[in-house]
Design a protein around this ligand. Sequence first.
Ligand code: FES
Length: 106
Amino acid sequence: MISIEFHTADGERLQCTAHEGTSVMEIAVAHNVPGIDADCGGACACATCHVHVDPEGMARLPPRGDQELKMLAFAVGVDDGSRLSCQLPVSAAYQGVVFRVPASQY
Ligand code: FES
């Protein structure tokens, strides 16, 4: 099992475990992480699974794909650490990575 952490905008910290291959979005939904609505179900068509990742974490994630970049253009508060969590299938490299939920998603 791989452990990742979600930080909500109001300071809550949620430690979650996941099987390899499960998307970060699916983990968030399964653990009722507030602010991750995932309206399109992971089809990379809504940007309601937007999260922020610090530079150290970003170095452990795969690069953004073209569709992810297009959808991020519709998200609020996008920065260098922005990711769509449905596009992040968990691997062992994700162990300990923190995903912060933007305040704009509440
Ligand atoms: S769940 Fe819709 S873009 Fe990620």
